[in-house]
Design a protein around this ligand. Structure first.
Ligand code: DGJ
Length: 733
């Protein structure tokens, strides 16, 4: 891994032997993007664009008619010097002008990767793992700087980029638009992949060509949202799951964002990722610095799977933190689908008793445990145990669960408040709203104003109080509405545009404080399912409930899409009842298990009334999962056939030591015309033999990967198979 500056060509080059990133300083002022892709040993810039004199092109250097920023592949473009494409930043001066001139000033190389204060980010454990380049731009008139950071890793084919804006002058500046990164690719012959969806329908993959205008993926909901994901992929036209060049861009942030893919008139493609200018604005006082969250850029020459592998291993090892980063995740039972709000001590104890017999390791009491919470109309914010439902309090139930040999976990929704709550009655000014209008309700609740440090203090205090009072080893942290009425009683008039980002900073502060205070607790993020399933949250909570839709078929599609950026170990996935509560579909227990065991297995059903035969099956499923979970939670995941576009799904896992392979196949609906299409596994060693554990037969890795496996035709809907292969003997060659 190295970062060098080649004086002769004024070029910066970052490389790790597998990928390279290059850009240069043009006319001693402007940063021109050069290259991001497969490793190049000595990038000299033969692919640089030629300059032409073109119509309507402005010339920042008057005597050079051929030089125009509109035609340049830029590294961090501004708005007022003739590049009319999407700018990376817009900064307003005190007199309301938005004209800036940031020019290249200098650079420095830092060992390791600096942390981003108050924000989630990819980290290193020692300085040998990464090198960081910081390039400074300066506007001398304004006396302000922009620092661009680029980190290259020894072990991952990723580059992290973020920016900082520094106000060294006397006047106050206003940041109106701020992207974490911008990059111009040559040509427009790409496809762009985004993720869209909604509640119970998260992470649908949408691939479309880059044409002559822009694709914008964004959220203004106060969170990354189920409707969008702060991650996009640019792909060569011919790239697919396993081949071709793809470039991933993922924002490590959980709030509003904007991702732009813009085709330029001279056939270039600009990609940007950063703060959403509709809900972002920041007053930067004299002497202050603003840090924009980072974007993780991944290059893969092996299609989408190759890209996913980099994100998966980087996030699993250097974004997730705490003891659960490396620890096996427990099999849990969550009370929600069994009891909804009607939990009580006795019901939980008897359900837990059944769960323990089946091998469950963690019992979670979901919503409904706190004072007066009988439905979703009340009590959020009053985080005290309901003594009527739980006469022995939190500690007695936790103790009982422990004595059954399980861990105990609990649900919270700490960012919210119900109008019918003691908290709201005593602090009506603690919610996000404008003083002039009645705030809009959603799920009968308001969002607390986490830009206010007092509110953050209350949240920390109330959650920590409960966590200290009992033996709790897991928290499900929910968030069930989006932001409206963007106004804060705490912030002054000028700061109102800062609210959305200040909310996120407040939330990150709360989570960081709780992480430090309770390092033993496993936190699972949730926002009515995968509504805030993003890289920012994974920094504080190493797993996320992937969707409120627990139907096996819908879940299969959602988890398949989720895996584009996020490793299976981060996905909470539960077996629930049939017919399914969300879609009414009846599916076999086996199919429900195949999907749920492909993430962090859990159950969400009333074991007290489950027929004995099914209980036996559940017991076997859990025992089976415990045997293979290391492969699922730490192994490599390969998408083979996409159920979002067809009737069949297939995927396989390969363990870290490569000796175990788990192959899963599912057919959604039975078809009259059965076709024999073998599925080719991925990631095996071609010259190893693998024993198929279910029947003892043995196959070469080459056959399993190149000829594939044909599924036995079955005339039934919702068929699924799980095959386990183990390496057998030595190399055959
Ligand atoms: C939404 C979550 O996604 C559900 O799993 C459940 O926890 C409910 N909230 C409880 O209100």
């Amino acid at each position: 891994m190295e970062i060098k500056y080649i004086e002769q060509e004024k070029t910066f080059m970052l490389s790790n032997g597998r990928i390279s990133y290059a850009f240069s300083v043009e006319k001693n002022r402007y940063l021109m993007h050069g290259y991001f892709g497969r490793n190049i040993q000595n990038y000299r810039g033969i692919s640089r664009p030629y300059f032409y004199d073109r119509g309507f092109c402005s010339n920042p250097i008057p005597e050079e008619r051929t030089f125009s920023l509109d035609t340049l592949p830029q590294e961090y473009p501004d708005m007022n010097q003739g590049d009319f494409r999407s700018p990376a930043y817009v900064i307003q001066t005190e007199d309301g002008r938005r004209v800036t001139r940031f020019y290249y000033k200098n650079y420095r190389i830092i060992r390791g990767k600096p942390i981003l204060p108050g924000l989630p980010s990819v980290y290193t454990e020692d300085d040998e793992e990464a090198l960081t380049l910081c390039v400074e731009l300066e506007d001398k008139t304004m006396n302000a700087g922009i620092a661009l950071y680029y980190t290259i890793f020894r072990d991952y084919d990723a580059v992290c980029r973020h920016v900082e804006v520094i106000n060294a002058g006397k006047q106050e500046l206003y940041l109106e638009r701020l992207m974490s990164m911008s990059m111009d690719f040559p040509g427009t012959g790409y496809d762009v992949l985004t993720m869209t969806g909604g509640h119970m329908n998260e992470k649908n993959l949408n691939r479309r060509p880059v044409s002559s205008d822009s694709v914008v993926a964004e959220s203004i909901r106060g969170c990354s949202s189920p409707q969008a994901t702060p991650g996009i992929v640019l792909m060569e036209k011919e790239a697919g799951e396993h081949s071709g060049e793809v470039w991933g861009f993922q924002f490590v942030y959980s709030g509003d964002f904007q991702a732009v893919v813009q085709a330029g008139q001279f056939k270039s493609t600009r990609v940007q990722m950063g703060m959403n200018p509709l809900t972002f604005g920041w007053n930067l006082k004299s002497g202050e610095r603003f840090v924009c969250p980072e974007t993780v850029l991944v290059y893969s020459g092996q299609g989408l799977n190759g890209m996913s592998h980099t994100y998966h291993s980087l996030y699993r090892k250097r974004l997730c933190r705490g003891i659960y980063r490396d620890k096996e995740r427990p099999v849990l039972l969550n009370s929600w689908e069994a009891f909804e709000f009607h939990v009580n001590e006795e019901k939980c104890r008897t359900l837990a008793g059944e769960a323990a017999k089946l091998g469950i390791e963690l019992f979670v009491v979901d919503d409904g445990w706190f004072k007066k919470r009988v439905d979703d109309k009340r009590a959020l914010g009053d985080w005290t145990w309901d003594r009527e439902k739980f006469p022995g309090g939190i500690s007695r139930l936790a103790k009982d669960i422990r004595s059954m040999g399980m861990d105990f976990g609990i649900w919270f929704e700490p960012e919210m408040v119900s109008p019918d709550s003691d908290l709201y009655r005593s602090h009506p000014d603690w919610i996000i709203r404008s003083p002039d209008y009645e705030p809009v309700l959603s799920r009968y609740q308001y969002v607390l104003d986490l830009s206010n440090p007092e509110v953050c203090k209350y949240v920390i205090h109330s959650v920590a109080g409960l966590l200290e009072a009992a033996d709790i080893s897991y928290v499900k942290w929910d968030m069930n509405r989006h932001m409206t009425d963007l106004g804060s009683f705490y912030l002054d008039g000028k700061q109102q545009r800062e609210l959305s980002h200040r909310y996120m900073l407040g939330l990150y502060y709360i989570l960081d404080t709780l992480n430090r205070k309770f390092p033993e607790i496993l936190f699972e993020g949730c926002s009515s399912g995968g509504g805030r399933y993003d890289a920012g949250m994974l920094y504080y909570m190493p797993q996320t409930w992937a969707s409120d839709n627990s139907d096996a078929i819908c879940r299969m599609k959602i988890q398949y899409g989720t895996s584009l950026f996020f490793p299976p170990v981060t996905m909470g996935a539960h077996v629930s009842v049939s017919p399914n509560l969300q879609v009414g579909r009846e599916t076999p227990l086996a199919a429900r298990f195949t999907i749920a065991m492909s993430g962090n297995l859990g159950y969400e059903m009333d074991f007290r009334i489950l027929p004995e035969k099914e209980k036996e099956t559940v017991k076997e499923q859990i025992a089976f999962y415990k045997e293979v979970r290391e492969v699922i939670q730490k192994g490599r995941f390969y998408r083979l056939i996409n159920p979002q576009t067809g009737n069949v799904a297939a995927w396989n896992f390969v363990s870290e030591d490569e000796q175990t392979v788990i192959y899963c196949y599912a057919q959604i609906l039975s078809e009259a015309v059965q076709v024999n299409t073998p599925v080719k596994l991925k990631g095996l060693r071609e010259n190893w033999n693998y024993r198929f554990l279910q029947d003892g037969s043995c196959y070469g890795g080459d056959e399993l990967m190149y000829a594939g496996i044909t599924a036995e035709p079955v005339k039934k809907d919702f068929i699924s198979h799980v095959y386990i292969f183990k390496k057998e003997g030595e190399n055959r060659k």
